[in-house]
Design a protein around this ligand. Structure first.
Ligand code: ATP
Ligand code: MG
Length: 160
């Protein structure tokens, strides 16, 4: 299904922004111009929901979550950045493993299964993108993913 990624992303962020109970602010850097992606929207919703839920889970009171989207060559690059507790360097790559959780004790109290980011990696890679994390302990975490965008879209019976 072909969707305007910017609108889709903004709607998901809106939903979290309206329902959040924490004292966390959101900042967006998302271009106005439409960029189309051809994806399974249910799966992409699940991926983005998990990334934002994680960011909220680990955000401190008064924290800020930044949402960004940039265009690089043939790909859209999306980022979600928090200023939470971060992840130790040696564990950053493992957060995409099935059932992996950085700190068992902490993770148990937070709920969840440790599958969210493993599912995200499968989905993004199946769509020709990549997903990775950058994190600094005590500073915060940024999750990035890329997705190829459509340069030609079929609209009202024609390729435009
Ligand atoms: P689930 O998503 O299945 O409910 P989960 O959130 O624990 O459970 P993932 O989303 O796969 O699982 O994340 C794996 C682990 O990576 C988390 O348990 C946490 O330890 C770490 N992690 C993920 N996102 C962040 C973040 N923004 N800040 C700090 N740690 C994170
Ligand atoms: Mg999760």
């Amino acid at each position: 299904e072909c969707i305007v990624f910017n609108k889709f992303f903004n709607r998901i962020i809106d939903r979290f922004e309206m329902s959040k109970s924490q004292n966390v602010t959101f900042t967006r850097l998302i271009p106005e111009e439409s960029y189309y992606v051809d994806v399974d929207t249910d799966k992409l919703t699940q991926v983005i929901d998990n990334i934002i839920s994680n960011a909220l889970k680990y955000s401190p009171d008064g924290g800020n979550i930044r949402f960004g989207m940039t265009v690089q060559d043939t790909m859209l690059k999306v980022m979600v950045s928090d200023d939470g507790m971060g992840i130790p360097k040696e564990n950053v790559e493992r957060i995409f493993d099935r059932f992996y959780r950085v700190d068992r004790a902490r993770a148990r109290s937070m709920g969840g299964t440790g599958l969210g980011l493993a599912i995200a990696r499968d989905m993004i890679e199946a769509h020709g993108g990549k997903i990775w994390a950058e994190s600094e302990e005590g500073q915060g975490t940024t999750i990035f993913f890329t997705l190829p965008y459509e340069t030609q879209i079929f609209e009202d019976g024609d390729w435009v």
